[in-house]
Write a new protein. Structure first.
Lengths: 345, 592
């Protein structure tokens, strides 16, 4: 049964400085929602508050419209998958999965049936009698998932669930996770510091830093239209250029007289956020004059570091075997479509 | 020299795959190449093996052989038949088992709540509990036994008060009760420390995931916390049982002779070293000791969980309510008072003129300290010399063995390590009997038997304490990443230079801790001592305390000596602790 989650003006803090500062957000029923932020941002703390590990110093948490702020963890019916999996080493896989059902007073036959179904769901049916220590990391991860899903929680909480897996498995598991969530139609909240993970799995996400929500939205919207410098830099490489807007033109700070035409926005100081792939390199005569200072071969793309007056600009160009890279020292022109520029204040 | 040079350029031995490659046929199949060890390392391992064979394996085999040798010199079970036909010995056997089990039970009653309080709750008295975990260990049980009689005995302080106020007594110290009570008060820290360590290793996510799935309160404890902490409890309980089984002096001082250790001692000392019954009892003691360890191992098989996953750090502590705090404080204070009673008792006894049939001594004096100032010099001197030498032997052997086990692939190194560790399960009394029997016929140039030469005490202590030093050395070496040695070799340092400049300096803390632990525990060892001391001039402090305590007139000086011993052990334990702590601090900064 999918239920939404409401975080209503939640603050949390011990000692010096709050860990979470007046956080508010709404997670829709059946939505896959990610908390994305650097370590220490408070994203895991927020997830733990939803699970009931810790109480907000102010504010409320509602699950399916019901205020659970003062409920202990064991009365909330939210399932949490821990970063370390937290499989109990003294119980078999099946006993681990059955644990939550035993607490819920199902008949023995019912428990056996549900455990089998849950293990089949994650493809581990044959390993029911193993001990957790006998499983690989990926298998342990699936057991942790089965153990949580089997209780049919209102909300599925995932705390960096893929961080202990190797890179290849991580990509597989995140697709599987997304597919499973869609199939079950369950509300999922996913904590990660990896933007790629958030981008690929989440319907919407909240970027969190220093205990505050920086921006909420669809991954592509956050990438294309960051609300501030933090979101712009956290979600990939970006050129940030400070200056001021006057009647549709942007004048960069500094004595070099870098001017961009066609920038809409209220007059006054502004910062432009430009993704490296949104700039095109052309002949020296076209666009803004720049010189190649360095280039890196990254596989699919070549990343140029260009000098435009007093400014450094990073530009990504798709790499093709047939095209030669611009040599260091070459004069080029930077061509920019104003539609691809975000104005930050 | 040339060979050393060759060994120096071999791949490092810690990586089995690399070393196997190095031993490929044709690449010079010297021992060094085959096992990734230099001749010096092989010689060092051989030396350790020789020591263990001569002073642990042979003496124990000798004891077993004598026990199974019939009157006609062949193999026979006749002595074991005699053992079980003799009422007194049968009784002694069951008494020893009973005392061991009951001591574990009583020690658990003290230790388990203490460990639970500290691990689960935010409790300001936690520091007190940590003190509780150490205080009993600085005084061996036999030292406090007599003082315990005066406090808890039939005519002791507590019962006199009870009789006065309520008209009844409680038989705390009557017969076997006394042994159980004294031993439990002394040995419960083994359970407390092991259980606490186990609890501290449980990842808090283990508990949180259970809560998340709907468990709390007793279910959470019985299904998750207790099973995960069980290994620590069982290890502690087995250790307590073995220690109690081995303790000879406490029952003797409490006038309890119908137990196995006192019976073996009395047979050997009164009938003589040729009486087979002493050996039969010894074999049975070994069986019980090893059996208890094996049972513990069996219980824990497959339970050797590494719950210390990433993000561990122990259970989350929760606040205790007002009532809970009061209850916990009462329990801790009451336990502290009881646990301190032998210490208080021995101190009072050491400054008492007369203390008999009275709640407190009749008067106070420093005369006993004056007495021991006059008489105890040689006792203390002997203890310092014996235990210092034993500690030194242990550190050298322990560090050598640890190095060979962790840094080479020499065959048999694991076996030798296990033999060294098995000394934990061999009762001191049995080792003493074995050494006595084995080396009685080996004469020194002056005609004296090697068995009765004071050096035998040093050897007995060294064998008995080697496991401590070995554990300390292994721990120190394990924290020392092999890359530190490789870096030095890479910069051109030879094996010996690496050992002297890099390995030993970085292991110093662990080695010192190992030395001090060996020293402090050997200083109060009495089971092997009672068997091996041949004349009073050779006697160490523990023996002196025992002899003084046996006579009513000697109790005062005996107690004063006991206080001296407690101070020595306490200071040594403190130093060991400080060294270990300092080392841990250094390590965490230096490496990783």
């Amino acid at each position: 049964m999918a239920r939404g989650v409401t975080i209503d003006h939640v603050s949390f803090g011990y000692g010096s400085g709050p860990v979470l500062d007046d956080v508010g957000l709404e997670i829709e029923p059946g939505e896959f929602f990610a908390f994305l932020g650097p370590s220490g941002s408070g994203k895991t703390t927020l997830l733990r508050l939803i699970a009931g590990f810790g109480r907000p110093s102010s504010g409320r948490i509602l699950i399916g419209g019901r205020d659970v702020t003062s409920l202990p963890p064991w009365s909330r019916n939210v399932g949490m998958v821990f970063q370390s999996y937290a499989l109990w080493p003294h119980m078999s896989v099946a006993r681990n999965v059955a644990f939550g059902l035993e607490r819920r007073k199902f008949s023995r036959a019912e428990i056996a049936r549900k455990v089998r179904a849950a293990l089949d769901l994650v493809g581990l049916g044959p390993l029911a009698d193993r001990r957790p220590a006998q499983l690989s990391g990926g298998q342990q991860q699936r057991v942790a998932l089965a153990r949580t899903l089997v209780i049919e929680p209102d909300v599925l909480l995932l705390d960096e669930p893929l961080s202990n897996l190797d890179a290849k498995l991580r990509v597989e598991m995140r697709a599987e996770l997304k597919q499973l969530q869609g199939k079950l139609g369950i509300t999922a909240v996913y904590v990660t510091h990896d933007q790629e993970e958030a981008n690929t799995t989440a319907d919407r996400m909240a970027v969190i830093d220093s205990g505050r929500i920086q921006q909420i939205g669809r991954p592509v919207d956050l990438y294309d239209r960051p609300a501030n410098r933090f979101v712009a830099t956290f979600l990939g490489t970006v050129n940030l250029i400070d200056g001021r807007i006057e009647s549709g033109r942007f004048f960069a700070d500094g004595a070099d007289g870098l001017v961009l035409e066609g920038i809409d926005g209220a007059a006054g100081p502004a910062c432009l956020s430009i993704r490296p792939q949104d700039v095109t390199l052309g002949a020296a005569s076209a666009g803004v004059a720049a010189t190649v200072a360095a280039h890196e071969f990254l596989g699919g793309i070549i990343r140029y570091r260009l000098r435009a007056g007093a400014h450094d600009v990073v530009v990504d160009v798709p790499h093709r075997r047939s095209a030669e890279a611009y040599a260091v020292g070459t004069d080029v022109g930077l061509i920019l479509d104003p539609r691809n520029v975000t104005v930050l204040r | 020299m040339a060979r050393d040079l060759i060994a120096g350029v071999q791949p490092r031995p810690h990586d089995p795959a690399m070393t196997v490659d190095a031993a490929a046929p044709g690449s010079g199949t010297s021992l060094a190449a085959r096992f990734g060890a230099s001749p010096a390392q092989i010689a060092a391992l051989a030396l350790v093996a020789l020591f263990l064979i001569a002073f642990l394996i042979v003496p124990i085999l000798r004891v077993i052989a004598v026990a199974f040798t019939g009157p006609d010199g062949g193999f026979s079970l006749v002595h074991f038949g005699d053992f079980f036909r003799t009422g007194l010995l049968r009784e002694a056997f069951w008494n020893s088992i009973y005392v061991g089990v009951m001591t574990v039970a009583l020690a658990s009653l003290i230790a388990v709540p203490l460990a639970a309080i500290v691990a689960r709750y935010r409790f300001r008295g936690a520091a007190f509990v940590h003190t509780l975990g150490v205080v009993p260990l600085v005084m061996p049980p036999f030292v406090g036994a007599v003082a315990m009689q005066l406090i808890w005995g039939r005519n002791g302080a507590i019962n006199l008060l009870l009789l006065d106020w309520f008209g009844f007594r409680i038989p705390f110290m009557d017969g076997l009760n006394g042994v159980i009570f004294v031993e439990a008060l002394h040995y419960f820290p083994f359970i407390l420390l092991n259980l606490s360590a186990s609890l501290a290793n449980i990842d808090s996510a283990m508990e949180e995931s259970a809560q998340n799935l709907g468990a709390h309160g007793f279910t959470l404890f019985s299904r998750i916390v207790f099973p995960l902490a069980l290994p620590g409890y069982v290890a502690g309980a087995a250790l307590v049982f073995v220690k109690v089984f081995d303790d000879l002096a406490t029952p003797l001082l409490l006038n309890v002779t119908n137990m196995l250790a006192p019976q073996a001692y009395l047979k050997i000392t009164s009938v003589g070293i040729s009486d087979p019954m002493g050996y039969v009892i010894s074999v049975i003691m070994i069986l019980c000791s090893v059996g208890a360890m094996a049972l513990a191992g069996l219980t824990l098989r497959g339970r050797d969980f590494a719950t210390q996953q990433r993000g561990g750090g122990g259970l989350s502590r929760r606040p205790l309510g007002r009532a809970g705090t009061i209850a916990a404080a009462c329990f801790v204070i009451a336990t502290l008072l009881i646990v301190l009673s032998p210490h208080v008792g021995i101190f009072l006894l050491s400054i008492a003129t007369v203390w008999s049939f009275a709640v407190l001594p009749d008067g106070y004096t420093l005369a006993h300290y004056a007495t021991i100032m006059r008489e105890a010099g040689p006792l203390i001197g002997n203890t310092v010399m014996y235990c210092g030498l034993a500690g030194l032997i242990d550190v050298v052997l322990g560090a050598t063995l640890a190095y060979v086990v962790l840094r080479t692939r020499l065959p048999g190194r694991k076996l030798i390590e296990q033999v060294a560790m098995s000394a934990v399960a061999i009762p001191g009394l049995v080792l003493g009997i074995g050494l006595l029997r084995t080396y009685f016929d080996v004469k020194l140039p002056n005609g004296e038997a090697l068995a009765t030469f004071w050096l035998m005490l040093v050897i007995a202590y060294a064998v008995r304490r080697l496991p401590y030093a070995l554990t300390a050395a292994s721990a120190a070496l394990q924290q020392l990443h092999v890359s530190l040695e490789e870096a030095a070799e890479n910069l051109g340092a030879g094996k010996l230079r690496v050992l002297v400049r890099i390995v030993v300096p970085l292991m110093t803390g662990g080695l010192v801790a190992g030395f001090v632990t060996s020293f402090a525990t050997a200083a109060v060892e009495l089971s092997a001592t009672l068997i091996l001391v041949a004349r009073s001039a050779d006697a160490p402090l523990a023996y002196g305390i025992y002899v003084y305590m046996q006579s009513a007139a000697g109790r005062g000086p005996g107690a004063a000596l006991g206080v001296v011993a407690v101070v020595v052990v306490a200071v040594a334990t403190f130093l060991a602790y400080r060294f270990a702590e300092r080392e841990r601090g250094l390590k965490s900064r230096e490496v990783f």
